[in-house]
Design a protein around this ligand. Structure first.
Ligand SMILES: [Zn+2]
Ligand SMILES: [Zn+2]
Length: 393
């Protein structure tokens, strides 16, 4: 860049560019909302999104990371590379009750509105389409395949019932367990049986006792999926699925081992044989970049929204964006599209994701990110600070 355009001019242009797309983005968001597709089946959504970006002058790579519905769209050349991530999967049975139809249109709106910024400042703006957040943690697979390795910053905004500049998310892994015992008549010959359900109940209660002695941010929860077939037969098989979460990877390992010990102990106590498997998909904790979070808060404040900063060490759910945040400076802000009384993953939230407040949230979030991108591409000191924080954390 030779002739620097003042940031203020670029910011005004970015806002105008989002406003100019408002109707197109709304149509796209409503079309995806009306055609909900579950994880890895988002064929229509990824087709519509890439067509939109291609028409706006982005270079498109479809089916990246061997995932049919993943994509990478880029505008500009060289570094720095700022990516806005797009999710577009729906919840089976509930449609777009997590509002991912807006996440992807926020990403498109912000990226297209940043073309001016790229033209003026250099660098590259990308939209990376990351399928199946809900069911198969698409970003975990994409992270393993290096999809985020060349980026300088990764941004995403998620619809919610409040505004936040980023979110805490816990590291998380599923544990699948089975006990194998020996069936026998429960009344005539119980001494010949080995009770796989007893083993499961002992383990379940052991985990209940363990909960008192773990950090308050860690979580253990699960269900028993097989507890026997008939009340007059000693169950020879039981099965359960548990989820273990913690604020960081090391503590997830520690709590995970303690949970496993509950099952190992129950196997010894009952004589049932334990088989277990940790899910190969493991969510990392969200490492929110506070410099980026502050930048988001400052920019969205100019649009009349107060986005709170994430409290250190807070809990919450888990997201595959956590794995991205371990590779590249990232944030996961929330934009309010419904009142606090509404729950995310509910029919009411799905309705909001297609309503006026949803569209307004989409527009505001796209603007906030486009404004951030002006700061990041237009001011090398800010990007340096973001990277310094990342490497020190
Ligand atoms: Zn969700
Ligand atoms: Zn979601």
């Amino acid at each position: 860049m030779n002739t620097r355009i003042p940031d203020e001019k670029l910011k005004n242009a970015a806002i105008k560019q989002v406003d100019a797309q408002r109707l197109q983005l709304q149509r796209l968001a409503l079309k995806i909302h009306a055609n909900p597709e579950p994880g890895f089946k988002e064929v229509k959504a990824s087709g519509w999104l890439t067509a939109y970006l291609e028409k706006k002058g982005f270079i498109i790579e479809r089916g990246i990371c061997d995932l049919n519905t993943a994509f990478r769209a880029s505008y500009g050349t060289g570094n720095p590379k700022i990516a806005v991530l797009a999710e577009y999967d729906a919840l089976p049975g509930l449609g777009h009750a997590c509002g991912h139809n807006l996440i992807c249109t926020i990403a498109c709106g912000a990226a297209v509105a940043s073309k001016h910024t790229v033209d003026a400042c250099g660098g590259t703006v990308l939209v990376i389409g990351t399928p199946s957040e809900e069911m198969y943690a698409g970003k975990v697979t994409m992270a393993k395949k290096g999809a985020f390795n060349d980026l300088d910053v990764a941004l995403i905004v998620h619809p919610e019932t409040f505004d936040a500049a980023s979110s805490n998310a816990l590291a998380c892994q599923n544990l699948y367990v089975e006990f194998f015992g020996k069936s026998a008549h429960a009344s005539a010959a119980p001494d010949r049986g080995i009770n796989a359900l007893d083993a499961m109940i002992l383990a379940y209660n052991g985990i209940g006792a363990l909960r008192q002695h773990i950090r308050s941010t860690a979580r253990i929860h699960g269900i028993i999926t097989d507890g026997g077939k008939a009340a007059n037969v000693v169950p020879d098989h039981s099965a359960a699925e548990f989820i273990v979460r913690a604020a960081d990877d090391a503590y997830l390992d520690e709590v995970g081992q303690k949970v496993l010990n509950c099952f190992i102990g129950a196997a010894q106590a009952t004589g049932a044989r334990l088989e277990y498997r940790w899910d190969e998909l493991r969510y990392a904790a969200m490492k929110s970049n506070m410099t980026l979070a502050q930048l988001y808060a400052d920019n969205i404040k100019t649009l009349g929204r107060e986005a709170r900063l994430p409290a250190p060490g807070g809990g919450g759910g888990s997201t595959d964006m956590g794995n991205v945040s371990q590779i590249v400076p990232a944030i996961h802000p929330m934009v309010a599209i419904a009142p606090r009384s509404v729950s995310i993953h509910s029919p009411e939230f799905a309705q909001a994701a297609a309503g006026e407040s949803g569209i307004q949230g989409m527009v505001d979030a796209a603007k906030a990110m486009a404004l951030m991108i002006v700061d990041l591409l237009g001011n090398p000191d800010i990007l340096r600070k973001v990277k310094e924080e990342f490497s020190q954390a």
